[in-house]
Design a protein around this ligand. Structure first.
Ligand code: HEC
Length: 166
């Protein structure tokens, strides 16, 4: 009995610290936070040395299948790529180990070649920090994303090359 109460308390504390996905507002271009993205599978990881951040690149089922089968130029409609970014930190027990610190943002590219034709076939959206505040003043924020992804226009606007698995 006591154990059940403890479990219940732990569950409620867990719920109160995380913002439920359905309470998170949409991006200014109307894109909503993909439900369940925290359970998506890994496409790759990356580490930016210019701003000391580490990232995991995740995909929904359509993106994972495409990544594993090498169907990535173009990526199929329905694919969503997610990137979660943390500040790099040192492991306090092993200083040469780089580990994730504070969460910076989670951002997504949703492939729909018709709906998002004006931004290269991808819908862009970003949510900041643990409280997942939608990024951007108005829908034009996506121009910033497109501009920075232009060097990889030739690989369907995507930087990430799927990491090799055995
Ligand atoms: C300053 C340049 C820059 C801007 C601005 C930018 N990106 Fe990126 N983005 C990158 C780079 C470089 C990578 C690949 C390296 C990495 O993993 O961070 C990337 C990777 C991504 C990925 C993983 C898929 C891929 O292309 O590798 C997503 C998703 C993404 N960006 C979304 C966005 C969204 C959404 C915006 C706008 C809100 C945005 N980006 C703005 C430079 C940028």
């Amino acid at each position: 009995m006591q154990r059940q109460i403890l479990l219940l308390a732990a569950c409620c504390i867990g719920l109160s610290t995380a913002v439920a996905a359905d309470k998170v507002g949409p991006a200014p271009n109307g894109i909503t936070l993909p439900a369940g993205y925290k359970d998506w599978r890994v496409i790759s990881v990356s580490h930016r040395t210019d701003n000391n951040t580490m990232r995991v690149i995740l995909g929904n089922d359509v993106a994972i299948a495409a990544a594993r089968e090498g169907r990535i130029n173009p990526w199929p409609n329905g694919a969503i790529l997610g990137k979660v970014v943390w500040k790099s930190d040192k492991d306090k027990h092993w200083e040469k180990a780089v580990v994730p610190g504070n969460l910076v943002h989670a951002e997504f590219m949703t492939k729909d070649s018709k709906k998002y034709a004006s931004t290269g076939g991808w819908g862009y959206a970003r949510w900041l920090g643990l409280d997942q505040k939608p990024y951007g003043k108005d829908a034009n924020f996506a121009n910033e994303c497109v501009a920075c992804h232009t060097p990889v226009k030739g690989q369907d606007w995507v930087y990430t090359r799927p990491a090799r698995f055995p």
